[in-house]
Structures are given as structure tokens and as C-alpha cells.
Write a protein that binds this ligand. Structure first.
Ligand SMILES: [Zn+2]
Length: 854
């Protein structure tokens, strides 16, 4: 459907901008209802576009006050998307184009461009928000030096780069590094800072600040420690040094995304930077650390080298996600981090890749680019880089990155530029590998095995399923890490990398004394779905003996999925071998607690729905929910005599510390409390709640109690304690929806939207309620369709205020083709209703149409 839409933008249509922009000077006179923005654009002809060219500037919702060229007033009338000036009206050679516009930040509920949050001015310009601030060539390949003056009656006035001058009610900033407009930022408000400093590897002193609302200073220490760790890590691992005298981070309550890497002035959603023991969980601490690092790492991968156009978004995002994953893996536990990343990839990216919204890591067309900040671009983009590294090896990866930074610093680059440095350094032809960037869909890796006379034969086949607009695909180059394990648990063939690039290929291992058990796709060496028929004995063997920590976990995971599938479709009983293996793992003191906690977590209901659908079944959400409950109970009964001892062994004494080892113990303890709750009616969890000295334990216990329907008293207590804390209250809203009994979920959601703390304009609060519906699979898919109706009603309301967040949250419907006809029809009807809604945005309209088109 998109191909025929006149608003569709195509990668193949790219051409350089008509002019070069040598410098821009901006002056803001702040006012909530009528902010004035003056822009002076120093323009010159672009030699890549010969002949005298018209100037086209992007601009939306701007009231034009004046326009002048080289100081002479020009009478121009903007259209709905910008301003054009014919070549004939422009001088030859270089010129200065000046405009003054008026905007109303207080009316900006879309939170793109310049807007207000709790009396503070802030900006969000990626991807195309700058055009809501002033008339400008708002595209990433137009890079220039920004000088900014801010006038406003507020104590803190911030922009990008270094501060150059300030007085009462004004400040001036100069960013020496050329950048595209999407990296522009401005913040003005009554803020306090949490200061620190960092000395770079070459001895540059950098002032560091985290700016927050008064009262939040006590929640900044972890963010600051994370920032310093990230700065050091990027010097040590990638040789990248920070390049300004100051680095500012600002926390904002109303923010569409997690955080934004504006040059020298990162703007964060409060929940992605603030953390303290009594308000944030261990997972929050880990997330803050990773997001701070991610945005900081963008300074090189995104800011110094940016994207030529938005089709290249994965160039900065895939690489920066890969880097932040490496960072967390180095600081914490590598196997645990890998498992967490793969769980997230499967939950979000595989789901996207297998449905109507599937698109390549580098898409080739879009209507609204905001709809392509997806798990595919980010997480699969990172997986593709991980594969590239496996193929060329660590040494060539490092050389390729050095070459990339040296060659493209200060440029707006492409995926072709990125692959070229790898091809050059490694001498490899990466033509086939590039298919990972251009083909959508998750490949299926089919494994068959044969054993005879000391010879083990492994046959791999790949299937690349059709996706929207891509019915047929050539085989991809898939790096498959494998090892062979002998009967006594020894590695008879240690890990090796098979470069599998055909539709089908067999690999032969001769001279083996006994039938080996193969450990395939070690470390999850490629983002594929493995189809392999393995006996319960062999899975249990891998679960006990695989030296690859990821595959050991995977063996238990797969066993759990197969068992759950049989419980759902054949009413099978929980398998004793599985229960025994899970118990052995849970109580294996040689394994780190975080790993054991992950191993105990059963596959999610959504994951089971996908698994059943892939196996040719129509998933029944209620049956999946019941089977998962039954398996949890069986695990609890199996381990009953030993649970209390394990629970107390995982107590972490003393003051709270968010370090990975302590967090791992708390995670295992909560996993055990979850099992105990199935046996004791929640008494241990209730005790843990009232004894808790940190948010991890009190919130974890609350969730456990809600899941077994015993949470109401504790829920009220939690609300009373934290009613004035917006971030903790987001959790309170979300957990009730996520943990509600399926049949009660819609009522819980309705009640929460009536709560005095519910605010449709705050994306965090909206996501807390409606995003949590996705975590309650059986509740969202209740047979009466109440969940679908609710989500559609509220997306239609939100779309009028904040199209970007409405569009992102519409993915709740993306898996509709999996379900029975009745549910399919109800979900399609909900999407049709969205499409027909009055005032529908381009953002939400594109999403709904893509989901319906399949
Ligand atoms: Zn990013």
C-alpha cells in the first residue's frame, strides 16, 4: 500500500542538498505562548548540484514574521511543509538567509520540536523536529556549525557545545563540531545540577553535569557514575575521546523516547537517568547505566559520523546498541547480558519480523520516519554487527572501526561506507552479507543430523520466509558457531564457526569414538530461528554439560517451550525430566545467581503464542496462560523442600548496592519467592514486601502477590508510600495491568484511566497503563475483545495529542494474524476504526495501514 502513497519517501530518490550550509546563528526569545526564533543561515552553492538552485527549507506549524536575503526583505509565503525561494530571487554565490518565526511551546503536546514540561523548555529534534522550530534544511546530511543565543527569564539556559558568554536572562553557546539539525538541543528552566568532572586520555578536563528538578539531586549519583564509566570504556576499548569542555545531561518528565544524544547536551526521559535504592529496581539501575552509555557512545557513532539520510538509521543505532551491549557485558556478566539481549530480541524483533510490520534493517521507503525507530533497526542492526565481527574476527573488527572513524569523521555516511571499511580491512567480499541489511524476515535454520561408523554429519538448510514487498529471497551468509560434545561431557570438537551461505549444506566430522551431541548456534551467533528435532535426553544432556553458557540456558528454554506446547495442545503432564533439570540448575551453586534466575523464568505467553503459531497451531491465549500456571506450580512442588533455604541464602545483607552480583542474588530470590507463592498463598512474598529495604524487593514482591490475586493490601500500602513519586507511580500503574487476572484486566485499565494520577499527555504514564496490556497476553486477548477496544479507543485519543507515541503503541495489534478468526476480525476492526478516525496522523495512519495490508 505504501508504494502508491504520494507521501512515500524512497531511498533511491536521494540527492544531495542544493546548498552548503557554512554556519547557522540562532537566537531564541523564550515565551510559553510566543517564542521568537531568529535564524541566520550562511549558504553557498553546492558543487555537487551544478547550476543555480532554488532554496527549499522545511518548516511546520511556524508563523513567519520576516524573511531576508543579504539583509534585504523578501516577501515569501510558506506552504504546509516549508518555504521555497526561487533561484532567480537569490544572489549568485554565497548569501545569508534570515528568518524570524513565532512558535508556542506551551501548546506543543506532540513533544517534537520546542515544548514545555513542568515549566521547563526543552527540545526533541530527531528525526524531524527541528522543522517545528525554524525554517531549515532539516535533513541529516546538512551538517554545520551552530551558534546559539537564548534569552529567557530562567536561571538555567543550555544548548549544545561550549558556553561562550552569559548574563542576566541570556546565554550564548557555540558548538565547534559541525552537526545536523536533529542533534540541536535547547533547555531552559529552574534546574539544579549534580556536578562532577572527567579527565580524558589526552588530559582534557571535562565538566560533567546532570540537571534535574529541585528535589531530584539525590537520584543522580548512579547516572553520573555510569557516565564516567562509559567515557573511560570508550577510550579503552574504541580509542574514542570526548571532544568538548562540558557534557550536560538533563532529565525531563515528558519525553517520547528513552533519551536523546544531542551534541554535548543529552536529554533524558527522567526514568532513564534518575535512580535511587528506594525508588528504582535493579533492572532500572542496569537500564540507566546502559542508556547513559548508549547516548554517550553516540558522540562518535552518530554525532561525529552521522547518517546521510534516515534510511541509514541503523548505521548509528545498530552500531551504538552493539557498543552499549558490549559495555554492559564487560561491566556485568557476559553470559547473562547475552541471554537478556536475546530474550529482548525475540520478544520484540522476531515478533516484528514475523508480522505485517516486517522491514529490512535498512528500509528503502517510508511515509513517517518516526515509525522506523524499531527493534529491527536497533536490535537486529546490532546483531548484524555482531555477525560481521564473528566473520572477520576481533582484530579486523578493531582495524575496520579505526578506519571508519578516520575516514568518515565529520561526514554523513551510508551502510555502503560502513561495509566498505570491513571489506577493505578483511579482504572479504561482503555482497552476500549485505542481504542482512536489505532483506526483512527472520531466517529459519533447519538442522538435521546423521551418525554412522564414527562419522557425524550435520546438514544445515535455510529458509527465508516472505515478508511484505519481499516474496522471494536469496540465501544469506549465516555464521553458525558449533561445538561437539562427547558422552562424558568433553568437547570433542571445540567451538568453530561455520560460514553457512547456501540453501543447504552438509558438514562432516570423521573419526569420532562415540555419537556426539552437537551444540549449535553457540552464543546465539546469528539472529535466526533454529528448527531441530532433539530428544529429551539430548536436551537434558546439553542442559547439564554444554560449556557454552548461552546454549546451556537455551537447552532448558527449548525444553520448557516444547513441554508447554505439549501441555497446551495435547494436555500433557509436566515432564519429570524437565522438573528435575530445572531443580538441578536452580540449586547449582557453581552458577551465578543471575543466570539461575534467568533459567527459572518460563517462556512468556506471547513467546508461546508465536511458537505455537510457527508450529501450525492457532494459539489459545487462555490455554497458554493456564499451562504456564500449571508448569509454575509443578516446578514449585518439585522444589518445595528446598525453596525456603534457597530464598534465605539469596538474602543480600547490608546497605543496598546495585552491583551485578547483588542484583543477581535478588533476582534469584524473587524467582524463588514467585514459586513459593504458589504453595503458601503469598505469605513469604508478603513478608519480603514488608521487610524490603529497596525498590527491587518491595516491587518484586508486589508483582508476585498481584499475580496470585493476593495483592490488594500491599498495593494500597505501596500507593500510600509513593503517591507523590511520579516514577514509582508509573510502576504502580503498570504492574496492576501486567499482573491482573486476564478476565479482570480491562476493568483494571478502565479504573486506572479514572485515577487522579492518570495523565494522557505524559508518555510514561500512558505507556505504564497501555503498554502494560501487552505484558498481559491473556488479558489483552480476552475473547470478548475488550482489550482491543480499549487500546483502539485510547490510541485514537492520544493520536490527536501525540502522534509519535500513539503510532509506536499501536504495535500491540501487530501479531493479529496469529490468532483465531474471531480475534483476527476484532483486531482488524479495531485497526479499521483507527484508520477511519477523525484527525488521524500520518504516524498512526501509516502504522494501521501497514498492519492491515500484510
Ligand atoms: Zn541511539
Amino acid at each position: 500500500m505504501t508504494a502508491a502513497d504520494p507521501r512515500t519517501i524512497y531511498l533511491s530518490d536521494y540527492q544531495p542538498y542544493s546548498h552548503l550550509l557554512e554556519q547557522v546563528e540562532l537566537c531564541f526569545h523564550l515565551d510559553p505562548a510566543a517564542t521568537r526564533v531568529k535564524a541566520r543561515l550562511h549558504m553557498a552553492p553546492n558543487p555537487l548540484r551544478p547550476g543555480k538552485q532554488d532554496v527549499r527549507l522545511d518548516g511546520e506549524g511556524l508563523k513567519l514574521i520576516s524573511c531576508a536575503v543579504n539583509g534585504e526583505a523578501l516577501n515569501v509565503v510558506p506552504d504546509a511543509t516549508g518555504l521555497s525561494i526561487a533561484a532567480a530571487r537569490l544572489p549568485s554565490g554565497a548569501f545569508v538567509l534570515e528568518t524570524e518565526v513565532e512558535i508556542a511551546p506551551e501548546d506543543n503536546t506532540a513533544l517534537e520540536g520546542l515544548y514545555m514540561s513542568n515549566g521547563m523548555y526543552c527540545t526533541q529534534c530527531e528525526a524531524e523536529g527541528f522543522r517545528k522550530i525554524t525554517f531549515y534544511p532539516d535533513r541529516p546530511d546538512v551538517m554545520t556549525r551552530f551558534k546559539v543565543r537564548i534569552e529567557g527569564d530562567l536561571p538555567v539556559l543550555l544548548s549544545n557545545g561550549n558556553p561562550v558568554a552569559q548574563g542576566a536572562d541570556w546565554a550564548e553557546w557555540d558548538d565547534p563540531w559541525p552537526k545536523p539539525a536533529y542533534l540541536f538541543a535547547l533547555v531552559a528552566g529552574d534546574l539544579v545540577n549534580f556536578p562532577d568532572h572527567f579527565t580524558t586520555m589526552s588530559g582534557r578536563e571535562v565538566a560533567l553535569n546532570i540537571w534535574v528538578r529541585p528535589g531530584d539531586e539525590g537520584r543522580c549519583a548512579w547516572g553520573m557514575a555510569s557516565l564516567k564509566a562509559a567515557m573511560l570504556w570508550d577510550e579503552q576499548v574504541y580509542g574514542r575521546e570526548y571532544d568538548l569542555d562540558i557534557f550536560n545531561i538533563v532529565a525531563v518528565d515528558d519525553f517520547n523516547m528513552g533519551a536523546m544524544e544531542n551534541k554535548g547536551l543529552n536529554i533524558f526521559n527522567s526514568k532513564a537517568v534518575l535512580a535511587s535504592a528506594d525508588t528504582a529496581t535493579d533492572d532500572d539501575f542496569a537500564r540507566v547505566e546502559s542508556i547513559i552509555a548508549h547516548e554517550y557512545f553516540h558522540n562518535w557513532t552518530g554525532n561525529r559520523i552521522t547518517c546521510r539520510d534516515w534510511f541509514q538509521l541503523c548505521l548509528k543505532e545498530g552500531l551504538t546498541v552493539y557498543r552499549d551491549q558490549q559495555f554492559s557485558s564487560d561491566l556485568r556478566s557476559a553470559p547473562v547480558k547475552r541471554i537478556q539481549d536475546v530474550l529482548a530480541l525475540r520478544a520484540r524483533q522476531f515478533r516484528e519480523d514475523g508480522g505485517p510490520l516486517a522491514h529490512p534493517v535498512r528500509p528503502d521507503h517510508y511515509i513517517e520516519i518516526n515509525n522506523f525507530y524499531t527493534a529491527t533497526v536497533y536490535e537486529k542492526g546490532a546483531e548484524v554487527i555482531g555477525m560481521l565481527r564473528r566473520l572477520v574476527g576481533d582484530a579486523d573488527y578493531a582495524r575496520a572501526l579505526d578506519l571508519y572513524f578516520a575516514r568518515h569523521d565529520g561526514q554523513a555516511a551510508t551502510i555502503e561506507d560502513w561495509l566498505a571499511v570491513f571489506a577493505e580491512v578483511s579482504g572479504r567480499d561482503l555482497t552476500q552479507f549485505k542481504l542482512w541489511y536489505t532483506q526483512a524476515g527472520t531466517p529459519v535454520l533447519k538442522v538435521s543430523e546423521d551418525w554412522a561408523d564414527g562419522r557425524y554429519t550435520l546438514t544445515l538448510e535455510q529458509e527465508n520466509p516472505p515478508t511484505p514487498g519481499q516474496p522471494e529471497k536469496a540465501p544469506k551468509l549465516i555464521p553458525v558457531a558449533i561445538g561437539l560434545i562427547g558422552p562424558n561431557g568433553d568437547e570433542v570438537v571445540p567451538t568453530q564457526l561455520l560460514e553457512f551461505g547456501e540453501a543447504k549444506h552438509s558438514y562432516v566430522y570423521d573419526g569420532l569414538g562415540a555419537r556426539p551431541v552437537a551444540s549449535i548456534l553457540r552464543g546465539f551467533s546469528a539472529p535466526v530461528i533454529v528448527e531441530r528435532s532433539v530428544s529429551i535426553e539430548d536436551r537434558a544432556f546439553l542442559l547439564a554439560h554444554d560449556s557454552d553458557a548461552f546454549n546451556r540456558w537455551e537447552a532448558g528454554r527449548t525444553l520448557g517451550k516444547e513441554l508447554l506446547a505439549r501441555m497446551i495442545t495435547e494436555a500433557a503432564e509436566p515432564l519429570p525430566e524437565f522438573l528435575a533439570a530445572m531443580e538441578a540448575l536452580a540449586f547449582d551453586d557453581t552458577l551465578e545467581p543471575a543466570y539461575r534466575a534467568l533459567a527459572l523464568r518460563l517462556p512468556s505467553e506471547d513467546d508461546m503464542a508465536a511458537t505455537l503459531f510457527a508450529a501450525g497451531h492457532v494459539p489459545d491465549p487462555a490455554a497458554i496462560h493456564a499451562a504456564r500456571d500449571a508448569l509454575h506450580l509443578a516446578m514449585a512442588q518439585q522444589m518445595r523442600p528446598r525453596l525456603a533455604a534457597l530464598e534465605s541464602a539469596m538474602h543480600v545483607p547490608g546497605a543496598y548496592s546495585p552491583d551485578a552480583a547483588s542484583a543477581g542474588k535478588r533476582a534469584l530470590r524473587l524467582g524463588v519467592l514467585g514459586l513459593l507463592a504458589r504453595l503458601d498463598g503469598g505469605s513469604a512474598a508478603r513478608e519480603a514486601y514488608y521487610d524490603a529495604s529497596n525498590m527491587t524487593e518491595s516491587f518484586g514482591a508486589l508483582a508476585i502477590l498481584l499475580e496470585i490475586g493476593e495483592g490488594s493490601t500491599v498495593l494500597a500500602d505501596f500507593e500510600e508510600k509513593f503517591q507523590d513519586d511520579r516514577l514509582v507511580m508509573d510502576k504502580w500503574f503498570a504492574v496492576q495491568v501486567a499482573c491482573a487476572k486476564p478476565e479482570a484486566m480491562a476493568d483494571v485499565v478502565r479504573d486506572l484511566t479514572q485515577h487522579r494520577g492518570f495523565d494522557i499527555k505524559n508518555p510514561n504514564r500512558f505507556r505504564a497503563v497501555f503498554g502494560a496490556m501487552a505484558a498481559n497476553h491473556a488479558g489483552f486477548h480476552e475473547a470478548d475483545g475488550a482489550g482491543y477496544d480499549l487500546l483502539a479507543d485510547w490510541l485514537i485519543k492520544l493520536d490527536l495529542l501525540n502522534p509519535q507515541t500513539a503510532a509506536r503503541m499501536s504495535t500491540g495489534f501487530e501479531s493479529w494474524p496469529r490468532y483465531d478468526i474471531d480475534r483476527q476480525e476484532m483486531m482488524r476492526a479495531a485497526l479499521e476504526r483507527i484508520l477511519a478516525s477523525k484527525g488521524l496522523s500520518r504516524d498512526l495512519g501509516e502504522m494501521a495501514a501497514r498492519m492491515l495490508a500484510r
